[in-house]
Structure formats: structure tokens, C-alpha cells
Design a protein around this ligand. Structure first.
Ligand SMILES: Nc1nc2c(c(=O)[nH]1)N[C@H]1C(S)=C(S)[C@@H](COP(=O)(O)OP(=O)(O)OC[C@H]3O[C@@H](n4cnc5c(=O)[nH]c(N)nc54)[C@H](O)[C@@H]3O)O[C@H]1N2
Ligand SMILES: Nc1nc2c(c(=O)[nH]1)N[C@H]1C(S)=C(S)[C@@H](COP(=O)(O)OP(=O)(O)OC[C@H]3O[C@@H](n4cnc5c(=O)[nH]c(N)nc54)[C@H](O)[C@@H]3O)O[C@H]1N2
Ligand code: SF4
Ligand SMILES: [Mo]
Length: 671
């Protein structure tokens, strides 16, 4: 058809699958979006959420122009202003703040709304600009920091297995991961393995849709995974199935770790984890005698007080069994450790060293901040302790700028709102943290209204402020070229020209890829076993058992129909999500006289949100669950689960503790 063309792009969202997509454009309008059938990981499919992406770009509530606040902070009342007015006001306020309080009073709060290297959190967007102003640094710890730190302590990198190699595995542990919801493209490789006789076990406090499809589900007590890992290894040792050759050649700390394992016999582990001893033992036997064994452990497992250690200790398993020898063995958390692009944020532009502010500590660290600049993030929907965040954001001495697509709860607190382009409207370079490909996203259509990309917004702001540093003005294509110049062998042959033509390229790793068969990227070249006494850290729920007035552990996992808070305003996906629910075990419900459909307050000392009870044996006694992703202002009572998530750190990497909070359920008045 005349005027029709196909444009290759990539899904920008915070999801391991990093899909490659094809946009059909007719007469300047994007009319169709589908998964790229040629991409080996995408294999032609997107997901229930992103299938609606084009409709989302044209949603009636899309922000198309710069806005200035007219009502009180939090009211969401704005007037339309021009870019010129917006840049005037922002430039004046930023100059003033730098002069009076120093650059460190600016907090560039960048989230994972886009994972792009140009427009999103993985790259340079805005960071050179912030360095020229001397702004505080931002520690993006909301998602995966505890697990990445734990894995790096053991292996020297968060990178591990190529997820495609799950097809080669004989035993698959889906450990604290809801594959069919939060990264479903792995499933095809799991199915391939199953077709070859692999046994698949889901280890999750919730019987998820993934657990339903596994051969076996172990309902573990939240936050006790490291103890299970030690118990499984205890059986491996009893069987004499440890790989002595691998241990001697490629690990360190084995003698003391071995002793630690012996302190976790099956009966003790059963008591800690709530998993019957017979099940711990039988899985230990499978682990002892099945090579290769692949472990998929993603972010759910590390959103606990002991979550970093959980990943650290789980990562020790293939060190003992020698599974790293085989491409179908090992642990897959994130492949980001295998992506070695050159992210040149130009820290040399900083006049002096600055402090780092912590994303999940927004409420408490905002105290000393005078400008909060939010992009790619929706903290009022997604960050811990939203009640405290709202109180801070209401401060009159805080100048808040939000770059956004939609009028989120965070936008409601902005002084100035800047309209941002969506993925079909700007260029970007992407990896995926669940595969080994790079994708190029070519803009398919013109931006609507006055939307600007992140890179262009910062170029214009720099010009408006008269900044002279040349690298602030690098074009998108120049920035993309720079990213590919790291000289790392994995980028050999990967050029921007080829990426733009072909849409995606595999990083230059062997296939099949066994990353640690010959050693680890630690200083000694060896896997480092956890030191004695540090292999299991109990979660809050276990530490406080019987002492807290809030006896139930709340898990707030990924929603099937939202992607974090993205799509939380999409009418069709909201319709599918129905009213917010909280899963409650029949015994816990009976004890409180609660029945399905009844609306309750889920509360603790920090706050409360409302949800309808769903009595279900999908959760064990003592565990309740309610998914993340709803917009507070579109939820009953104006709050989502983050009202009860405490501002507290995990044990490693200052990670967040979204699945490690204690609550009580009480009937709503009148319900
Ligand atoms: N209770 C609970 N809370 C959680 C979690 C949990 O498990 N439980 N998980 C946490 C995790 S893992 C994460 S990653 C966070 C993420 O939580 P959110 O901050 O809600 O992340 P997103 O919804 O991915 O994106 C945030 C915003 O970025 C905007 N955005 C997207 N692309 C762009 C762009 O190119 N430019 C600009 N300016 N904006 C853009 C989107 O419109 C969106 O409103 O939530 C955390 N919150
Ligand atoms: N549909 C959809 N997909 C998403 C997202 C989304 O919001 N929606 N979010 C994206 C983002 S930002 C991220 S970080 C990932 C998150 O996705 P995942 O990595 O899958 O993380 P969660 O959904 O937080 O938790 C996964 C599973 O871990 C279980 N779990 C919780 N605590 C424990 C524990 O102590 N031990 C064990 N063994 N299991 C536990 C939960 O019950 C849940 O079923 O998914 C991405 N993909
Ligand atoms: S959200 Fe994940 S599964 Fe869905 S299109 Fe994006 S990358 Fe693919
Ligand atoms: Mo995340």
C-alpha cells in the first residue's frame, strides 16, 4: 500500500525481555505494533500490556504541552505555558538554587520508566547537564540493587547464564520469579527444556500462574531462600555430589562455606522455610544428580531485609555443583553484567565531588533538597512510604519539575511539568536484562503536541542557560555512536549503521555461552563463597514473629496487566485488573471473620490502602499479597500498597524491601 512502511524499534519498559518490535506507519500515523518475528528472543510476541502501546500514545490524558502549577501542591491543577516560559522559569530557579544552596541541593530523580541508553536511565540522559550544575548523584536502587550486589559478591558480576540456554537444562528452578507475568519470553525456552524431560520447580510464597505451570511448587516462607539454598547443598554434600574439581580450580572460601552448609540440615531448613523436610530432601536429591541445573532468580527474591544475601548464597549453588561448566547450568538474574557499552556521563565536569542520594529514601533525604527533578519515575505511586513522600513534596520551598507522558500522582505535585516523547517518537538504544542482544529504536512518527525527548529537553535547557560545555549538545546519533566505542570484545562488529538497518544484533558472545566455565570476573578469578555466619540473613517477618502487632507479611509483586505504574491509567487494562485485591489464606481470613469480596484496610503504623479480600490457598498462612502498579488516585482510598511499605534498606546495595512488610487487615467501616 502506498505510504505504508515498517519501522524497527524496541520496547523501552523495565522488563527483562527487552523486546524488538515493528511499527507499521501509514501516512505518518502508527497503525500497528507487533513483536519482531526475526528477533530470537522476542519471537514475534509482545505482551498483554504493550499490545496496547500505540493506543496508549494517543490516550486522551497524554500531556502534550508544558504546564505550570496553579493549585496547591498535590492538587494537579495546571495552566498551559510555552516551552519558552517553562525554560525561563526553570533556568531562573535552578540558578538561584545553585547560588544559594549549592548544586547538591538539586536531586535528579531518574527512574526506570525507560531503560534506553539515550532517553532512559541506563545512559547519559541529563547526567552531563547535572554534572555541570554540580547536582547530587542519584543511586538507582529501587529495583535490583540488593540482588546485583549479592551476586557480584559471589561471582564478581550480576551477569550470569544466557537465558536462551534454559532450553538445555535438565532441572529448572524458577526461584522468586513470576516468569509468565514479569518476563514471559523465557517460557519458550523452559518449554523446550520440558519437552526434553526437564523438571521445573517454582519456589515462591505465592502459587502464581507460573507455579501452576511448573511440575512442582514449593511455598517458601518469605525471605528464607538462603536457608533453602543451604539445605539443598546439605543434601548435595551428603550425596557426595559436589564437583571437587570445579571447587578446587575456580572457587575460594570452600572449607568454611562447607561447614556453614553442614549447619543447615534438612530438618532445620524445613523449620525456617516452612517447606516440608521431605520436599527439601527430594529437591536436594534432584539437584545433586541433575546436570545441568539452571536457576532463574529475578527481583522478587531480593526485596527483603536479607534479600541481597539470598542472591549471594543462591549464586553459590552452581559453584558447588559445577553447573557453570555447562551452558544450560548456573544462575540467570540479569544479563546486564554482560553489556559493556561506554556510558560517558562525564564526571570530570563536576567541579567537586558530590553526595549521592538514595532513590528509595526519597522522603527522608528530600529534607536538604531544593529542586527535585523527576524523570522516568513515578515515586508517589512506586516508592516506599508514600505518605511521607507526599508530606515532603508538599513543601513550598521545594521546586519540583516532572518530565512525563501522563498526569501521574507525582505530576500532581510538580511546579512545572514537561511533556515527554514516547518510544515511537524518539530514537534510542536498548539492551535487555534478560537476553544478549542490542536493539535500536528508530523514531516511527512525529511527536504529538509539543513533546520533546529527554535528550532534546536537556539540550534546550543547556542552551537556554547559556552553558558552553560542548558535550551537552551531542546529538542522539553522536551519543549512540559513543556508546558503542567501549572497545569491549562483546561489541566487536556492532555498529550503529548495522543496528539501524537490522534493528537488533546479538552481542558478540559464543553460542552456547558458558560465562564462568573457565573462571569468574573477581580479582582472584574465583567464585567467592559467602563467609561464615553471613550465608543467611533472616527477614523482618521472621525477626519480628510473634512480637509485632502486625502479624501478616505483605508481598506486592508485579501485576499481570500493568508494568510498574505504566498503563495504570489505561482504561482497558484497568478494566481487566478489576478492583484491587488482597489474597488471604483461608485460615487467616477465618480468624478475622473475613470473606471474599469484602473490602478491607491493609494497614500498619506507616499507613493503609484498601483492597477486596480474595480468600485463597494460593498464599500460605501468615502471607498476604496485593500487586503493585495501580495509581493511588485511581484506587479506592487514594492509596496503593506503597502506603504500607517502610522506608528501610535490604541488607546489601541499599535495596528496597517491597515484599518484607508486616500488616494487619481490618474490615472497612460499613463494609
Ligand atoms: N509495592 C511495590 N512497589 C514497587 C515495586 C514492588 O515490587 N512493589 N517494584 C519497584 C520496581 S522494581 C520498580 S522498577 C519501580 C518502578 O516504578 P515506576 O516509577 O512507577 O516505573 P514505571 O512505571 O516503569 O515508569 C515511571 C514513569 O516513567 C514515565 N516514562 C516512561 N518513559 C519515559 C521517558 O522516556 N521520558 C520520561 N520523561 N518519562 C518516561 C512513565 O510515563 C511512568 O509514569 O517500582 C517499584 N515499586
Ligand atoms: N507484567 C509485569 N511485568 C513486569 C513488571 C510489572 O510491573 N508487570 N515489572 C518489571 C520490573 S520493574 C521488574 S523489577 C520485574 C519484577 O518481576 P519479578 O522479578 O518476577 O519480581 P516480583 O514480581 O517482585 O516477584 C516475583 C515473585 O517472587 C515472589 N517472592 C516474593 N518474595 C519472595 C521470597 O522471599 N522468596 C521467593 N522465593 N519468592 C518470593 C513473589 O511472590 C512473586 O511471585 O518485572 C518486570 N516485569
Ligand atoms: S513489557 Fe516486556 S514482554 Fe512486554 S513488550 Fe516490553 S519487553 Fe516485551
Ligand atoms: Mo524493577
Amino acid at each position: 500500500m502506498s505510504g505504508e512502511l515498517s519501522v524497527l524499534g524496541a520496547c523501552p519498559l523495565d522488563c527483562p525481555d527487552g523486546c524488538s518490535w515493528v511499527v507499521t506507519v501509514e501516512d505518518g500515523r502508527a497503525v500497528k505494533l507487533r513483536g519482531n518475528p526475526d528477533h530470537p528472543y522476542t519471537r514475534g510476541a509482545l505482551c498483554v500490556k504493550v499490545n496496547r502501546y500505540l493506543e496508549h500514545t494517543r490516550a486522551a490524558d497524554r500531556i502534550l504541552h508544558p504546564l505550570r502549577r496553579t493549585g496547591p501542591k498535590g492538587s494537579g491543577r495546571f495552566e498551559r505555558i510555552s516551552w519558552e516560559e517553562a525554560l525561563d522559569e526553570i533556568s531562573a530557579r535552578l540558578r538561584n538554587i545553585v547560588e544559594e544552596h549549592g548544586g547538591a541541593a538539586i536531586w535528579p530523580y531518574q527512574g526506570t520508566g525507560s531503560l534506553g541508553y539515550l532517553q532512559g536511565c541506563e545512559g547519559v540522559a541529563g547526567r552531563r547537564f547535572w554534572n555541570v550544575l554540580g547536582a547530587s548523584k542519584h543511586w538507582l536502587n529501587i529495583c535490583s540493587a540488593a540482588g546485583s550486589t549479592g551476586l557480584s559478591l559471589t561471582n564478581g558480576t550480576p551477569g550470569g547464564m544466557d537465558p536462551e540456554n534454559f532450553a538445555l537444562s535438565r532441572l529448572i528452578l524458577l526461584w522468586g520469579t513470576n516468569t509468565l507475568t514479569s518476563g514471559h519470553h523465557l517460557w519458550k525456552f523452559v518449554q523446550d527444556a520440558k519437552a526434553n524431560g526437564a523438571h521445573v520447580v517454582a519456589i515462591d510464597p505465592i502459587r502464581t500462574r507460573t507455579a501452576d505451570q511448573a511440575d512442582q511448587h514449593l511455598a517458601i516462607r518469605p525471605g528464607t531462600d538462603a536457608a533453602l539454598a543451604l539445605g539443598l547443598l546439605n543434601v548435595v554434600l551428603a550425596e557426595g555430589a559436589q564437583d571437587e574439581e570445579f571447587l578446587a580450580a575456580h572457587t575460594q572460601g570452600w572449607e568454611s562455606f562447607r561447614e556453614e552448609i553442614l549447619r543447615f540440615p534438612v530438618e532445620r531448613v524445613a523449620e525456617i522455610t516452612g517447606i516440608p523436610a521431605a520436599d527439601v530432601h527430594s529437591l536436594g536429591m534432584r539437584l545433586a544428580h541433575t546436570r545441568p541445573t539452571a536457576i532463574r532468580a529475578t527481583m522478587g527474591i531480593q526485596r527483603h531485609e536479607g534479600g541481597g544475601t539470598a542472591m549471594r548464597t543462591i549464586a553459590a549453588i552452581p559453584g558447588v555443583t559445577g553447573d557453570w561448566r555447562h551452558p544450560g547450568g548456573g544462575v540467570a538474574y540479569s544479563t546486564s553484567g554482560h553489556v559493556h557499552v561506554n556510558i560517558d556521563t562525564r564526571d570530570d565536569l563536576l567541579a567537586e565531588p558530590v553526595r549521592t542520594l538514595t532513590m528509595t529514601r526519597l522522603a527522608s533525604e528530600l529534607d536538604s533538597v531544593r529542586c527535585l527533578w523527576v524523570y522516568g519515575a513515578n515515586p508517589v505511586g512506586s516508592t516506599s512510604d508514600t505518605g511521607a513522600i507526599r508530606r515532603e513534596l508538599a513543601r513550598e520551598d521545594l521546586f519540583t519539575v516532572v518530565m512525563e507522558h501522563f498526569p501521574t500522582d507525582t505530576v500532581d505535585y510538580a511546579d512545572i511539568v514537561l511533556p515527554a516523547t514516547m518510544q515511537t517518537e524518539h530514537a534510542d538504544l536498548h539492551a535487555g536484562y534478560g537476553h544478549l542482544y542490542l536493539q535500536w529504536n528508530e523514531p516511527a512518527v512525529e511527536p504529538p503536541g509539543e513533546c520533546l525527548s529527554t535528550t532534546e529537553t536537556f539540550r534546550r535547557l543547556a542552551r537556554h542557560m547559556g552553558l558552553t560545555e560542548p558535550s551537552l549538545y551531542d546529538s542522539d546519533l553522536e551519543l549512540a555512536e559513543q556508546l558503542l566505542t567501549s572497545g569491549h570484545p562483546s561489541l566487536e562488529g556492532v555498529t550503529l549503521d548495522r543496528l539501524r538497518k537490522e534493528g537488533w544484533m546479538r552481542l558478540n558472545y559464543p553460542r552456547p555461552f558458558a560465562p564462568f566455565a573457565e573462571g569468574f570476573p573477581t580479582p582472584s578469578g574465583r567464585l567467592r563463597f559467602p563467609p561464615p555466619g553471613r550465608a543467611y540473613v533472616a527477614p523482618r517477618s521472621v525477626r519480628e514473629a510473634g512480637r509485632s502487632p502486625y502479624p501478616l507479611t505483605l508481598i506486592t509483586p508485579a501485576s499481570h496487566v500493568f508494568l510498574n505504574t505504566t498503563f495504570g491509567n489505561n482504561p482497558e487494562l484497568r478494566r481487566r485488573a478489576k478492583e484491587p485485591v488482597v489474597l488471604v489464606n483461608p485460615a487467616d481470613a477465618a480468624e478475622r471473620g473475613l470473606v471474599s469480596g469484602q473490602r478491607v484496610r491493609v494497614h500498619n503504623a506507616g499507613g493503609e490502602f484498601l483492597a477486596d479480600v480474595e480468600v485463597s490457598d494460593r498464599v500460605a498462612r501468615g502471607v498476604v499479597a496485593s500487586p503493585k502498579g495501580r495509581w493511588p488516585k485511581l484506587s479506592p482510598g487514594g492509596a496503593n500498597p506503597n502506603a504500607v511499605v517502610e522506608e528501610r534498606d535490604a541488607d546489601l546495595g541499599r535495596g528496597a524491601v517491597y515484599h518484607d512488610n508486616l500488616v494487619e487487615l481490618s474490615p472497612c467501616a460499613g463494609s
